[in-house]
Write a protein that binds this ligand. Structure first.
Ligand code: URA
Length: 439
């Protein structure tokens, strides 16, 4: 056994930790033997000195084993989950889980809450009246066996090491480290009992990784570590410069997700969703080429099978499934403000800065500035125009759903900064940048 300061010193001096030193660190963090100041010192040493792939894999495994690991031997369908590194307007999970379940997969999805400018799947789901994201282990398993999908929060006995370490990283400026991000994300996903994993690694203004090269490095590392512990994994690199789809805000995003399942989804949002589900089908061994996957997904949407799967999900988790046909059952904001284009000539939207839009939504009350803030599920923004669209003087750019004048004014300031224009037509880039998997 090494004492904590010896382990810290090895990393401080640029050395490699052994598997047993990493296991000792993780066990010590959970038991309290590794004090917060010692864990923080080691985290900072890791940020500055990095970790090898081997060390990262050991850290991931030790964190995954720090609590209960779900095993689902009774589920016969391929169990495949998706994780997104987070963005603005990213409601893909709400469309993806029922769509994937309707084409033959089982999706045991455990998600998180929103923090800062990004939204969280659990908050969005809670915008559905009655929906609960807290299921007992027995109820979760029974639901997976019967309707092949569940969307819940991770229980307190799973991956306690990440809960402690993430809280420390948040307050010690040690979040930005690829090995620490990899271990944090994968330890949680690999504890879910899945057979394979698809990752949506976003890059751009509204993403955690701002540049394509940073996102690619994270994606390659995630795939290497996950495949290294025996889980077939693909990362899809996608753009997050402007919000995904048109709606930003919890209830508004659920409404947009339902529209997608009815076959009326915006192109960018459907492109990302289809790409991820196609990859889930491939890793699950249910489809061998992209065209076959697309045909199955199109049929599921056109026949209403994917929408029916969403109704089953909502009803199984206590939600009011009538929301699918009656959007008035969602909480609505008190007022809606039309933000219009004030230029005096025809123009094109050059960019909609997703980071500023995320902040605008948070200022309305849709997001959290700190982990225990209370959010307003009804407020948010719905874009009528997206990057590349032509705008005429007076056109509505977006509708702001708000509950207080102060929050509207703060939000409008960000939204006006977020939107830039060009007199010339604007070329837009493909939202799917690349796929990364173990060759
Ligand atoms: N998301 C996580 O779950 N962990 C990180 O470290 C970063 C993003």
């Amino acid at each position: 056994m090494d004492i904590p300061q010896e382990i810290i010193a090895i990393k401080r001096d640029g050395g490699c930790l052994s598997r047993s030193q990493i296991e000792q660190f993780v066990a010590g963090v959970v038991s309290g033997e590794f004090k917060d100041y010692q864990a923080s010192a080691l985290l900072m040493a890791i940020v500055l000195q990095g970790m090898t792939s081997e060390e990262t894999a050991w850290l991931t495994e030790a964190m995954m084993r720090s609590g209960r690991i779900v095993e689902l031997p009774e589920i016969t369908r391929p169990k495949v989950d998706k994780h997104s590194t987070g963005g603005v307007g990213d409601k893909v999970s709400l469309i993806l889980a029922p769509l994937a379940a309707s084409v033959g997969l089982c999706v045991p999805m455990m998600s998180g809450r929103g923090l800062g400018h990004t939204g969280g799947t659990l908050d969005k789901l809670e915008a559905i009246p009655g929906f609960t994201v807290d299921l007992s282990d027995a109820a979760y398993r029974a639901q997976l066996a019967s309707i092949h999908q569940a969307m819940i929060g991770q229980s307190a006995d799973m991956v306690p090491a990440d809960r402690k370490l993430y809280a420390l990283r948040d307050v010690t400026a040690t979040v930005e480290s690829i090995p620490l991000i990899c271990a944090s994300i994968l330890s949680k996903k690999l504890a879910e009992g899945i057979d394979a994993l698809v990752l949506d690694v976003k890059c751009g203004r509204g993403a955690f990784m701002k540049t394509e090269s940073e996102a690619r490095e994270l994606a390659e590392s995630l795939v290497r570590i996950s495949a290294g512990v025996g889980k077939p994994t693909t990362a899809v690199l996608t753009r997050m410069d402007q919000p995904l789809g048109c709606a930003v805000g919890n209830a508004l995003e659920v409404i947009e997700s339902i529209d997608c399942l009815k076959g009326q989804g915006p192109e960018d949002l459907m492109a990302v969703t289809f790409e991820l589900v196609a990859e889930m089908l491939r890793l699950g061994g249910l489809c061998h080429d992209r065209a076959e996957a697309q045909q199955r997904m199109d049929t599921a949407i056109e026949s209403g099978a994917a929408l029916a799967a969403f109704r089953r999900l909502v009803a199984a988790q206590g939600g009011d499934a009538r929301v699918v046909d009656d959007f008035s059952l969602f909480a609505a904001a008190g007022w809606v403000f039309d933000l219009c284009y004030t230029g005096d000539t025809t123009s094109y939207i050059a960019a909609i800065d997703a980071l500023l839009v995320g902040e605008a939504a948070r200022l309305l009350g849709a997001g959290r500035a700190h982990a225990d803030a209370v959010i307003d599920l009804a407020v948010g923004i719905v874009f009528q125009k997206k990057t590349g669209d032509r705008v005429e003087p007076g056109d509505v750019l977006c509708q702001v759903h708000y509950n207080t004048d102060a929050s509207l004014n703060a939000s409008l300031e960000r939204l006006r900064q977020a939107m830039t224009y060009s007199f010339e037509p604007v070329e837009t880039s493909d939202i799917i940048i690349d796929h990364i998997s173990e060759s």
